[in-house]
Design a protein around this ligand. Structure first.
Ligand SMILES: [Zn+2]
Length: 117
């Protein structure tokens, strides 16, 4: 394979979900993760479990949406669309602004501590 072609890996199970080709034919990491979109198997298991992954994102200098390498799962029925950019129907995941993501993560940790106490 050429440098600009790589296996596109599912971020949840690390199985290949396709082939990635760099649009400007630049070198890609081998393998690479092009998006948080789950593979068909993971997508099916998330639907079955009633959960959806939420990814932390930011906008880069060029105004492009970028992903931080961090996510958590929330139950589908608790999704409040005001906090999220909704990509659930088409792509099987949701994204949240970095600041919102951190806020939610802290809330979840506080709830966990309360439950354990
Ligand atoms: Zn997968």
């Amino acid at each position: 394979m050429n440098d600009f072609v790589a296996l596109d890996i599912c971020p949840y199970c690390n199985q290949p979900k396709g082939i990635a080709i760099h649009k400007n034919l630049k070198k890609l990491p081998q393998p690479c993760m092009t998006s948080p979109e789950p593979c068909d198997n993971c997508r099916a298991s998330f639907v079955k479990a009633g959960v959806v992954p939420v990814w932390s994102t930011f906008i880069d200098d060029k105004g492009k949406l970028q992903f931080n390498n961090e996510y958590f799962f929330i139950r589908r029925e608790t999704v409040r669309t005001t906090d999220l950019i909704n990509m659930m129907n088409d792509y099987g995941f949701l994204v949240m602004k970095e600041e919102e993501f951190e806020k939610h993560k802290r809330n979840m940790e506080t709830q966990k501590e309360r439950i354990q106490a």
